[in-house]
Design a protein around this ligand. Structure first.
Ligand code: HAX
Length: 432
């Protein structure tokens, strides 16, 4: 069945389930909040509802109940392809069902039909020199807001039951255009060249690889893998939570994801991937080749002693090696086992966790997704570090938009937590 039809068929039951939960069990207490959580970044407070993905601290992410290896194994792929179609993955995110190849191809075809980017986006992005590509990407998404079906329909009196439909249309339109906008930023900023034309024979992920002008066919597989791995990490991470919050005011997907991208651009979040490769290159260049464990030991301690974090290590929820790191490592083992930077990163993996344990601060000494991604990009010739978070942003838009469509479908309300003053908190903790 076509994605939108399948989604429409699922919504009435899900809406009723949500309504019943809120109406009949709304007063049931499910958790306590400590003063440390309130003042400490709300770590671990259960306060968001999503069925798109779940992050277990020990196991890592599951998309709609499937681990990363299961997701990659079960989803349909084109003949000869190593990695499944991203269109099929989006079908899974939205419906919880593994699509057939035909259903996945329908999503791909729909994206292709919606992929034309208005000229005014290119004109706007062309005016800015020396701007970080994440700024450009966020501006590009924001400028697309002019096209919003949700904003247009809302202004003319849309019924609440139809909100999801307009959010779906906006999401599909936005996703379809992101690879072209991102590749335009890349070509213009780093190559000073005109963007390439899309290749209609290619799927969404592979077409991005083509637009980047990377000739190695393996890069097409990497692009799809990269987008799937970066798509969703439940709802509390900065970019997902930001988008959910903004959308809860009934802002459309463009406003919401543009804001989310600004959060993704922070060094403690998505920007860690550029910082991580910079760090690994720093070790590699200082020692003029693949360093020894002793050399990395000193380099890592120097980083920590200068008050900096080791990028790519640690996580607010995870307490084990990130399975997204492992999936990228497996790709590297298959395609670039002799690459010097990959080898360097493997030495870093042996050395850094024990150091972070000894350092005694980080609750999780293991690598996250960002520790690995730059090495893969660099290998295929995408050597401009500060572009890496833009690619993260293309992938993360899949999960963000799937969440926003479901938020609208069940009718999640305006987000509005309560703050208190320091005086109040002091009184509360003293009175037990
Ligand atoms: N290197 C050095 N110190 C680290 C560290 C690291 N990699 N990870 C955590 N710490 C420190 C924290 O800075 C904190 O120090 P203070 O008490 O002085 O503030 C202490 O250990 C406790 O932090 P935590 O509870 O373990 O971790 P948080 O939940 O506060 O933060 C971060 C999680 C991911 C932000 C953190 O581990 C970090 O800064 N890592 C490096 C940056 C990074 O890789 N970010 C990407 C994360 C994945 C992601 O979101 N990708 O988008």
């Amino acid at each position: 069945m076509k994605l939108k039809e399948r989604l429409a068929a699922q919504i009435p039951e899900a809406r009723e389930r949500y309504r019943k939960l809120m109406k009949e069990y709304g007063e049931v207490k499910i958790a306590d909040v400590t003063a440390g959580q309130l003042g400490g970044g709300m770590r671990g407070i259960k306060s968001l509802l999503t069925d798109i993905s779940y992050l277990d601290p020990e196991e890592g992410i599951r998309f709609r109940g499937y681990t990363i290896p299961e997701t990659l194994e079960k989803l349909p792929r084109r003949e000869g392809a190593e990695i499944p179609l991203v269109g099929g993955f989006y079908y899974l995110l939205l419906t919880g069902e593994i699509p057939t190849l035909e259903e996945a191809e329908e999503v791909e075809a729909d994206w292709q039909n919606r992929s034309a980017v208005p000229q005014y986006i290119f004109d706007t992005l062309s005016q800015s020199e020396d701007v970080h590509p994440m700024t450009l990407f966020s501006v590009g998404v924001l400028m697309l807001q002019k096209e919003s079906v949700f904003a247009r329909n809302y202004a003319t009196g849309m019924k609440k039951e139809d909100y999801w439909d307009a959010m779906y249309e906006d999401s599909m339109n936005m996703l379809a255009k992101l690879p072209t906008i991102a590749a335009f930023i890349y070509q213009r900023k780093y190559k000073n060249s005109a963007p390439l034309d899309s290749d209609p024979s290619l799927d969404w992920g592979s077409n991005f690889a083509h637009l980047m002008n990377v000739s190695d066919p393996e890069y097409k597989e990497l692009a799809k893998l990269y987008f799937i791995l970066h798509s969703d990490h439940e709802s509390g991470n900065v970019s997902a939570h930001t988008s959910h919050l903004v959308a809860s005011a009934l802002s459309d997907v463009y406003y919401s994801w543009s804001a989310g991208l600004c959060g993704l651009a922070g060094p403690l979040h998505g920007l860690a991937n550029q910082e991580c490769l910079r760090w690994v290159m720093g070790v590699y260049e200082q020692f003029d080749g693949v360093p020894t464990e002793e050399q990395i030991h000193k380099f890592a301690w120097d980083t920590l002693n200068s008050g900096q974090v080791i990028p790519g290590y640690g996580h607010a929820v995870l307490r084990k090696t990130d399975p997204r790191y492992t999936a990228q490592r497996e790709f590297a083992l298959k395609h670039m086992p002799e690459d010097d930077l990959f080898k360097t990163m493997n030495v870093v993996y042996n050395v850094v966790p024990p150091i972070l344990k000894e350092h005694g601060k980080a609750k999780n000494p293991w690598p996250n997704v960002d520790a690995h991604s730059g090495v893969l990009q660099y290998f295929y010739g995408v050597t401009e570090f500060d572009f890496y978070t833009v690619m993260f942003g293309i992938g993360r838009a899949l999960g963000i938009s799937a969440n926003l469509i479901w938020d609208r479908a069940v009718g999640q309300p305006l987000e509005r937590p309560k703050s208190i003053t320091t005086d109040m908190l002091e009184k509360m903790v003293k009175n037990g």
